[in-house]
Ligand binder design. Structure first.
Ligand SMILES: Cc1cc2nc3c(=O)[nH]c(=O)nc-3n(C[C@H](O)[C@H](O)[C@H](O)COP(=O)(O)OP(=O)(O)OC[C@H]3O[C@@H](n4cnc5c(N)ncnc54)[C@H](O)[C@@H]3O)c2cc1C
Length: 368
């Protein structure tokens, strides 16, 4: 989020300083272990679908600017046990926003993707224009674009404290202080380290993902789509085998809390890290349940309602906070960076950010 905001700020001619505790892309936060799904068809408030469409356009723009291939339009198949969940309503909602989806019954799903062994009571919403992003390449691309536009980047430099006055912000690192007219805080899983300046209701959670050997070309990229799966076993998502990587699968629900400063247990520290993923593969995609080729751990930063937080600091309106991306934010990072830069430089954005306001947590957030 920060790297993208940095590019759009610098491209508006603003003197831009980016500060990161590590050297992005890195494996300490939420963006590594690519790829990431980019879906357009969100339910509920149409703001997500509108943002996803805008984000997709910007990713295409970044591809053109850098010559990098970042977004693969593989299609995304959203599978669900019909006893638990139906996509019918969402299909109707997003049709109004010109997002094309298909409702598929189990027989059609098995016919199109023979690697899927799903029972008759499953159905799916298929999004042909959706796909996945090479997230680490995306961060690299925005980093390059931001620096090319004149932004400065301090890596391996943690912000230790933030202070604000009426029209200025001061950011303190271990040996320096930096003064600015405005600031954007995008601290991911580390927002609590910026307390007491900002205290957001965000819980960081350890997440695991695995790449499994496949024994059928049915799971190869070009054949198999990105997917989500809502079943009795839980809520999962995954990707085709890209190159020789194996099919990637992760679980969206569950996860153990993590606090900044604590070590993050590596993949395999708990038997369920692999077992939980393997169990679902054995049941629904048995030819993708081969040897574990690689496992990784990553962090979600979850807001209480799993909706984003994008708002002004209530006491210091020239400071913006963007966090709580709750395991579904990456696809939006292009458009979130752009809208934050628009808000700072022009005082407005064409997107509604009202659903992301801090006011919805009035009795839970404590901002000083
Ligand atoms: C396993 C997994 C799978 C996911 N799958 C998807 C998906 O399929 N689709 C999707 O859209 N999203 C997905 N997400 C979510 C998405 O990756 C995140 O929402 C997104 O990366 C959040 O971006 P961010 O910039 O807020 O956080 P990060 O990418 O973690 O960046 C935060 C940055 O802030 C820096 N920082 C923090 N504190 C400080 C400080 N005090 N001083 C200086 N720097 C600091 C960190 O070093 C870091 O670089 C997934 C996440 C995970 C973990």
């Amino acid at each position: 989020m920060g790297m993208s905001a940095g590019y759009y700020l610098a491209s508006k001619g603003l003197h831009t300083l980016l500060i990161d505790a590590f050297d992005p892309p890195h494996s300490e936060g939420s963006h590594h272990g690519e790829p990431r799904l980019i879906r357009h068809a969100y339910s509920g408030d149409p703001v997500y679908t509108k943002l996803a469409i805008g984000a997709h356009e910007l990713w295409n723009e970044v591809e053109q600017l850098t010559g990098e291939s970042l977004l693969v339009q593989s299609g995304v198949l959203n599978l669900a046990d019909s006893n638990l969940f139906s996509y019918r309503e969402r299909i109707a909602q997003v049709e109004e926003l010109a997002v094309h989806t298909e409702w598929l019954d189990a027989a059609e799903i098995r016919y199109r993707w023979p690697g899927l062994h799903i029972p008759d009571w499953f159905a799916a919403m298929y999004e042909p224009a959706a796909g996945y992003l090479h997230s680490e390449q995306c961060v690299k691309a925005y980093r390059k674009l931001a620096l090319d536009k004149g932004a400065e980047l301090l890596t391996n430099t943690a912000v230790q404290k933030v202070k604000a006055r009426k029209d200025s912000v001061t950011v303190y690192t271990h040996n320096e202080e930096y003064h600015a007219g405005a600031a954007i805080l995008t601290a991911g899983a580390w927002f609590s380290t910026l307390s007491p300046f900002v205290q957001l209701p965000i819980r960081a959670v350890r997440k695991t993902v695995g790449w499994f050997e496949t024994s059928s070309p049915a799971f190869d990229s070009g054949q198999f789509p990105g997917f989500t799966l809502n079943a009795r076993e839980g809520s999962y998502y995954g990707f085709p085998s890209i190159g020789d990587n194996g099919l990637k699968i992760g679980r969206h629900d569950t996860g153990t809390s993590w606090l900044p400063g604590e070590p993050l247990a590596s993949f395999g520290s708990y038997a369920e890290d692999e077992a939980d993923l393997r169990h679902v593969l054995e049941k629904y995609m048995p030819e993708a349940a081969g040897r574990l080729k690689r496992g990784a751990v990553c962090k979600y930063e979850i807001s209480p309602d799993e909706n984003f937080i994008i708002d002004r600091h209530p006491v210091h309106p020239h400071v913006w906070v963007a966090g709580g991306f709750s395991g579904h934010g990456f696809k939006f990072s292009s458009v979130v960076g752009k809208l934050l830069a628009d808000l700072i430089a022009d005082g407005q954005t064409s997107y509604s950010i009202q659903p992301f306001s801090l006011a919805r947590f009035n009795d839970q957030s404590d901002i000083t």
